[in-house]
Ligand binder design. Structure first.
Ligand code: F0G
Length: 459
């Protein structure tokens, strides 16, 4: 069998990549305060900052844009989207929103009150932030294995069922609902098994709690189940996705991932009374219930993207892309998280640069150096992004200091990916020459977005 990645599409429209020199990139990085968020897109050659809203749309999606119905109420594009979404998400009521966090904001503003606690296998940062915004506390109950980058587990994104049971026994009265994020982005893009989702559902029934699924990457997660979980080989990925999603009472969804669009999201549920409240709030914050902050053409593109994303050839290629990158890095002894996740691979900065102490941010060094050497943009999700300070100003670091390389869907070719793997390997081979970074300006929250840095030592 050829190990070549067969991209199941051909390229009809191209966007040139500006090939820059190391000298140019060093100058741009200085101007950007050594934070890749401050670079312009044109200064980046391969952009793996996020897989969100960065997909290439198909020709059928572009055609759908042309037929978008821009009516304020009762848009035909909404009705089309509603039909596709009801079928996949297995819910009767579909509420459009402009992106995933808008669904979170809307739902939590109705369901979360001061002092509530929301357990999950791993809340994404906006999910946690929206819970906190409504006075609640996000609680993560991942598997032990999730915090060990070199421990392989087919469903490392699972929730720890025992911990959930204990948590609900102790705090049940403060828990309005339980959440599951599929796949588990915070835990390395790792999938959640159907067995685990069924077990979480059963515990929710036992404690009379609703199950809310954050289904951003539902198609990738369902395909992992087909590939890795016994008993599901014969079902189609779509059937698996429907089985998974039918277990949720409510679904939040960012279309910017598995609807293959650049903007859009959904909130899906069966409870009519709750839906009435949500739709009334929706008018205040997003818009009428048949457009939810989106243009009719965006709804049409999302409907078509949902029709395409469950194509198993596409999903084979998608998962194999990340797996292929991880194999390359693993065989070259680069400290990469195993097994491969669905939308990204993650490097362990601490093991990549063991000579850089945590307070000199090895993850920032990795991201900055890789950009300057190769023009590849990744994101630090470690000591800067998730680190905090105690009341004395001392650093509190998260358990894992990671750098994420997230792949836009249908955008880069195998040659691009090989270039990324080779560039990382070269940097790893020269790791001893790299020094750490210090804050020039430290942003008060979500520090990776707005802080600036200065390289330590000679440059
Ligand atoms: N839930 C998960 C699991 C996510 O990964 C994201 C976004 C959201 C919710 C929010 O959706 O961006 O449409 O508002 N993740 C992006 C990322 C930003 O880079 O991982 P959104």
């Amino acid at each position: 069998m050829s190990t070549v990645l067969f991209e199941p599409f051909r390229i009809k429209v191209v966007e040139p990549i500006r090939i820059s020199s190391k000298e140019e990139r060093f100058e741009w990085m200085k101007q950007a305060g050594f934070n890749v968020f401050n670079l312009t897109a044109e200064q980046v050659m391969i952009d793996l900052l996020t897989d969100s809203g960065t997909s290439a749309m198909s020709h059928d999606q572009w055609a759908a844009l042309q037929s978008g119905d821009e009516s304020y109420a009762g848009s035909k594009s909404f009705l089309e989207l509603e039909e596709v979404a009801k079928d996949i998400f297995q819910k009767d009521i579909i509420i459009p929103v402009h992106q995933g966090r808008a669904a979170e904001h809307l739902l939590f503003s109705v369901l979360v009150s001061e002092g509530d606690m929301i357990p999950s296998n791993g809340h994404f940062d906006t999910t946690g932030a929206n819970i906190e915004d409504n006075g609640g506390e996000p609680i993560n109950l991942p598997l032990e294995a999730a915090s060990k980058i070199s421990v392989s587990h087919p469903f490392k994104g699972n929730m720890d069922i025992e911990k959930l049971r204990v948590f609900l026994t102790d705090n049940g009265s403060k828990v309005p609902f339980v959440m599951l994020t599929i796949s588990n982005n915070t835990g390395g893009g790792q999938p959640v098994s159907l067995e685990n989702i069924e077990a979480v559902h059963a515990v929710c029934q036992e404690f009379s709690k609703e199950l809310v699924i954050d289904a951003c990457r539902f198609a990738e997660n369902a395909h992992f189940i087909k590939k890795r979980e016994k008993g599901y080989e014969e079902l189609s990925t779509k059937e698996i996705a429907q089985k998974v999603l039918s277990l949720a009472s409510i679904i939040t969804f960012s279309g910017k991932k598995d609807a293959l669009v650049n903007i859009g999201g959904l909130l899906c549920l069966n409870n009519e009374e709750l839906a009435e409240k949500l739709k009334n709030r929706l008018i205040v914050t997003e818009g009428f219930a048949t457009y939810g902050g989106l243009a009719g053409r965006d709804l049409a593109a999302m409907a078509q993207g949902l029709r395409e994303v469950l194509d198993e050839r596409y999903l084979d290629y998608r998962l194999r892309t990340i797996e292929w990158s991880v194999e390359r890095l693993y065989e070259r002894k680069v400290p990469v998280m195993i097994p491969a996740g669905g939308h990204a691979f993650y490097l362990d900065s601490k093991s990549f640069f063991p000579h850089i102490p945590p307070e000199h941010f090895p993850g920032i060094a990795l991201v900055a150096e890789l950009y300057m050497r190769a023009g590849v943009r990744a994101v630090e999700l470690g000591n800067v992004a998730f680190g905090k300070r105690d009341s004395l100003g001392n650093n509190i670091f998260p358990p894992l200091d990671l750098v994420r390389f997230a792949f836009p869907r249908r955008v880069y070719t195998q040659a691009h990916i090989e270039y990324v793997a080779d560039s990382i390997t070269e940097l790893y081979e020269e790791r001893e020459s790299v020094q750490g970074y210090a804050f020039e300006h430290e942003a008060p929250v979500m520090r990776h977005f707005r802080s600036t840095f200065r390289p330590l030592g000679s440059m």
